[in-house]
Design a protein around this ligand. Structure first.
Ligand code: FE2
Length: 214
């Protein structure tokens, strides 16, 4: 049998963020490691079903359940990596540079950057367990913001995540009350690594002169 992929948890050096404590981060890294572990476990179990080259009828219920859980665990792993990666310590700004490609993409897609932000923050405040994600459509370079329930419901296939914000309560409960999610969102914005977001934008779009945009 060919080799089963094994994921290793990535390390993020984020201690000393604004308004998000090291205690929260440590707990959050542990949770993230749990998703990596579960993804590996599921990959292995599903591979075991496939070892004989088919999925037998009596294997179907267990195989189905594991495969459904894979969407939850796998997205849980990947989204946390995007989230940790789009924050940095020592940030002194809350918004991208006006001259940045992200700023123009937000303005092109929403009318103004402020409207983009109102939408993203609004989604972040939605009741429920999940994520606020700003995606870029690779077909036309447009940004759009989406609510993701849990980790796997609402992701748009083929769209590239540009800014990812965890709004599960575990992301802020040690620092804020459940009803204080807006304060956490404010803290999140004061830690965004806009260069990381910038580097996620599609390169062909970035290098194209503004006048040539479709
Ligand atoms: Fe999380």
């Amino acid at each position: 049998m060919s080799e089963i992929p094994t994921y290793k948890p990535r390390q993020f050096d984020l201690s000393g963020l604004n308004g998000i404590s090291d205690q929260t981060l440590e707990m959050h890294f542990k949770l993230y490691e749990g998703y990596v572990k579960e993804t590996n476990k599921l990959t292995e179990k599903i591979s075991a079903f496939l070892a004989d080259g088919r999925v037998d009828q009596e294997e179907m219920p267990a195989y189905s359940e594991l495969t459904r859980r894979m969407g939850f665990e796998y997205n849980g792993m990947v989204l946390h990596e995007y989230y940790f990666e789009n924050m940095k310590k020592g940030s002194t700004t809350t918004d991208p540079e006006k001259s940045s490609n992200f700023f123009s993409a937000a303005a092109d897609s929403f009318g103004t950057y402020d409207i983009w932000k109102a939408d993203f923050v609004g989604i972040g405040k939605m009741r429920g367990v999940g994520w606020a994600i700003c995606y870029q459509n690779p077909q036309n370079g447009r940004l759009s913001n989406h609510w993701i329930t849990l980790h796997e419901v609402g992701n748009v296939s083929g769209f590239a995540p540009v800014l990812v914000m965890d709004v599960w309560e575990h992301a802020f409960l040690l620092d804020y009350k459940p009803a204080e999610r807006p304060k956490y969102i404010e803290a999140f914005f004061s830690n965004i690594d806009w260069d990381a977001c910038e580097s996620r934008l599609i390169k062909s779009e970035r290098s194209r002169p503004a006048g040539e945009r479709g």
